[in-house]
Each structure stands twice: as C-alpha cells, then as structure tokens.
Design a protein around this ligand. Structure first.
Ligand SMILES: Nc1ncnc2c1ncn2[C@@H]1O[C@H](COP(=O)(O)OP(=O)(O)O)[C@@H](O)[C@H]1O
Ligand SMILES: [Mg+2]
Length: 459
C-alpha cells in the first residue's frame, strides 16, 4: 500500500489504525450477527419441533385428537396467535389446521420422514409477523393423518438481531473515529521530541558544534537517537577542533622562518653596502628549506589522513628500503650508523614506506650519542623494522604524545635542528594506512627503540 506523500506520520498512523480497526470490527460484527441470527432461528426450530411432536402425540388413529376433538380447528396451547400455525396432512392434503391458516394449501410440499421433525422450506407462509421457520414431522400409526407441519415465527428474535445490527452500525464507526483520534494524538505526542530534535539539529551550524541536543527523559528509541546524535556531534566537534588547532599550529610553525627571512633582509637592506649578503642568503635559504620541509610534511600528513589516495599494493622489499635510507644518512661526526637486514617483503607504497624509515632514521641520528642501528626482520606474521639509538630515549609517559602533530619534547634542540614535530605523526599515519603498528621501547643500545610492524603479505 502506498500513502500520499504529503501525509504526516501521525496522519498515516491514524489512518492505518482506523483501517485495521474497521476491518476487524466489521468482520467481528458480521460474525456476531450471523451467530445471533442462527441461534434465534435454531431456538424457533426447537420450539416448532417440540410443538410438532406434541401435536403428533395427540392425533388419534381416526383423525381426531386424543380427547376426541377433530384435528380441524385444532386449539393450540398457549393459544394460537399469529406466531404459530399448524397443519395436519394426509397424503399431501390438508386435513386439519389452526384457524389462521384454515383453507390454505399445505404450508410445505416437502415429503415427510416418519418419526423425524425436519426444517423444510415453506411453500406458503401464514399470516402474522415473520420471519417463520417451518418444521415437518412424519406421523406413524394414525389412519387419518401422515404428517404435521408447524410454522413458527421468530419475529422477536429477529428484532433483537436487527437491534444489535443497528447498535453496531453506530458503535463501529464511533469506535473507529475514537481509535483514529487517539492514535493521532498519541503519535503526535510521541513524535514531539523528534520534532524538537529536528529543530535543534537544524540550528546547529559549523560555528556552534559545542551545542548539544536535549535528551528526552523517556529512555526510549527517541532518547537513544538523541544520545547517538550527541555522540556524533562530540566526534564532529573534536575533529573540528583538531582541524582548527592543526591549522593554527601550522601557521605558527610557518611564522618563525618567515620572520627570520624578514629580519635578515631588513638588516641587510638597511645597510646594503656593509651587509654580508652571502650570510643573508644562507639564512634565507635555511629558512626556505625549513618552510619547504614543513609544507611537504603537511601535505603528506593530510594525504595520509585522507586515506586510500596512493596505491598501497606494490611488493616492497623493505630490506632494500632500509639499506638505501641507512647508507644515505649523513650522521654528524662520531655517530656510526649500522644496518642489519634480512630479506623482508611487504605490500605497500614504496615511497611512503621509505618516508617512514627516513623519518625514524633522521630522529635517531639527531638524538644518538654515537650509535644508530636500523634493522629489518621477518617473523611468521609480521615484518619488523627497528630503529635504535643510544641517545636519551623517550620517557615512558611521552611515548604516546610524541606521535601527535607538532609534538616535540626537547623544544629548543628540535627547533634548532629544523624538526617540525610532524615526523612521527607522519610515521604513524603511514604505518596505520599500511595496516601496521608503531611503538616505542627502550633500546639495548640505551636510547629509544622505534618498532614498526607491518603485516606479512598473504600471498
Ligand atoms: N630517537 C629519538 N630519541 C629521543 N626522542 C625522540 C626520538 N625520536 C623522536 N623523539 C622525540 O619525539 C619528538 C617528535 O618527533 P618528530 O615527530 O619526528 O618531530 P621532530 O623530529 O620534528 O622533533 C621529538 O621532538 C623528540 O622529542
Ligand atoms: Mg623528526
């Protein structure tokens, strides 16, 4: 069944309820009337049958009643009226009848069965208020008669049935209307919180993500909907705030190299003739590099956060990647880089995986005292890359923090060395995109140990 679209939920609910109740009540009413009518009719047949047997018992062998009176003009207790007619038949001819049907042809032409009273269709209906049932009883052993017909009215019972029908005709539509109205009102009441939620949601824009929807105290589906929507708002709000913070942090990071460039140029341009242009150019270049690095990192970070952008289904020999990165490192004097590798293949994006190893290696070189070790090992269900150093390590309580964007523990040193604080955030983003994990431990060399685990390819 399809509903007109413009109907509200409450109107549709009310109509549906009314439809269902109408069908149920009409069927029930019809059944009731049929049963009632049947029972009234059956009781009339029973009365007529009793009367037929009584009469049969009275008829003598000679066509008179047992007390000698002729069956013609037979008296009927409790007095004949227009509610019961009787006839005594012999060979299809009327030999006796109650006064009201005197002179009429046989009330029924049906063939009698001896000793059994049967309800038969009437050929002639006597006067009086009907409807009538007609019962025919075959009589045995009476020479002048072979059947008795009793026609019994059940006008009173029929009246009752009619009254019931009339009452139902009023009651059913009234009940249907009441049910419809109640459904309409109750559905409206039940939907009121939904309307409130809708109105509130419509008011929430991108500037007031902190607003929450009122949760109705009903504890029902609608309350749960409100709770769910609030949960969604929480997440959107948190994501939005993180985004705002990220942009603010990024701007802040770009500010200092820009300020450096500006200051250098300011000083040099004020005294162009005495300025050390070569030194100025060097400073500008370093700032530029730092900005470039930062912008690159930002780009990588947003890409890895977007997810799914680059292809990550290449076969990558991770040992090659680690060796390439390790041999290309330019550690400061006195720091030794060691590469321990065994063949290990993973599925992923080679450039991204190289970036992971590069970022970890850069950090290790920067923090190491004398020794950095890059190693690859393949176990049965994971390929593990470790980057160890003998530096100060990462304190246990900061091991989660350092993966956050712009997080730096040794602020001064890292900034001086050009670190933006995005390196580890990128590492985690890329590793997670590859279905792997990264964690920090304490190295046997004494410093930090960064452990990246990537899933072994299934084929
Ligand atoms: N090998 C390491 N040993 C000690 N601390 C480290 C090491 N690697 C990273 N860290 C800490 O984690 C912070 C975040 O690292 P990272 O995200 O790469 O940013 P950045 O290198 O730009 O400082 C670093 O500032 C440093 O405090
Ligand atoms: Mg770094």
């Amino acid at each position: 069944m399809t509903w007109p679209r413009h109907l509200s939920v409450r109107a549709r609910s009310a109509l549906a309820a009314m439809g269902a109740v109408t069908i149920a009540l009409v069927l029930a009413s019809l059944a009731l009337l049929v049963v009632l009518h049947d029972s009234v009719e059956r009781s009339a047949v029973a009365t007529a049958t009793t009367r037929a047997h009584d009469l049969a018992a009275e008829i003598g062998a000679d066509g008179t009643t047992s007390d000698g009176a002729p069956v013609d003009g037979i008296e009927l207790a409790p007095g004949p009226g227009d509610t019961v007619h009787v006839q005594v038949l012999a060979g299809g001819e009327v030999v006796g009848s109650s006064p009201a049907v005197a002179g009429l042809p046989p009330l029924t032409g049906a063939t009698p069965v001896a000793g059994r009273a049967v309800e038969v269709p009437a050929d002639v209906v006597g006067p009086g208020e009907g409807p009538f049932v007609t019962v025919l009883l075959g009589v045995e052993g009476a020479a002048g008669a072979d059947a008795v017909v009793v026609q019994q009215s059940y006008a009173e019972g029929a009246e009752t049935v009619l009254d019931a029908a009339q009452a139902l005709l009023v009651a059913v539509p009234a009940l249907v209307v009441v049910v419809g109205a109640m459904t309409y009102v109750l559905t409206g009441r039940a939907l009121r919180p939904v309307e409130q939620i809708r109105r509130r949601s419509a008011q929430i824009g991108d500037t007031d993500l902190g607003t929450r929807i009122e949760v109705p105290a009903t504890g029902d589906e609608i309350a749960r909907l409100a709770v769910t929507l609030n949960g969604m708002l929480d997440r959107l709000h948190a994501a939005h705030q993180a985004q705002v913070r990220f942009v603010a942090d990024a701007s802040h990071e770009l500010r200092s190299p820009l300020a450096t460039v500006r200051a250098e140029l300011d000083v040099a341009l004020r005294h162009p003739e005495t300025a050390d242009w070569l030194r100025t150019a060097g400073a500008v270049e370093r700032s530029n590099e730092r900005m470039q690095q930062l912008v690159d990192d930002l780009l990588v970070l947003t890409r890895s956060a977007e997810g799914g952008a680059p292809e990550r289904d290449h076969d990558v020999d991770l040992d090659d990647v680690v060796e390439r990165v390790g041999f290309a490192l330019r550690p400061p004097p006195g720091v030794r880089v060691e590469v321990v590798s065994q063949p290990a293949r993973v599925r992923g994006n080679p450039l991204e995986l190289e970036r992971v190893v590069q970022n970890l290696a850069d950090n290790a070189v920067r923090h190491a005292a004398r020794h950095v070790r890059l190693s690859v090992a393949a176990t049965r269900d994971a390929v593990e890359v470790r980057v160890d150093d003998d530096g100060a390590g990462v304190p246990e309580e900061s091991r989660e923090l350092v993966f956050e964007r712009f997080a730096r523990l040794d602020e001064g040193r890292a900034r001086a060395a050009g670190g933006s604080g995005l390196g580890l955030a990128i590492v985690r983003g890329l590793v997670v995109s590859h279905g792997g994990t990264v964690r920090i431990g304490t190295s046997d060399l004494g410093g930090a140990s960064f452990v990246v685990q990537l899933p072994t390819p299934t084929t």
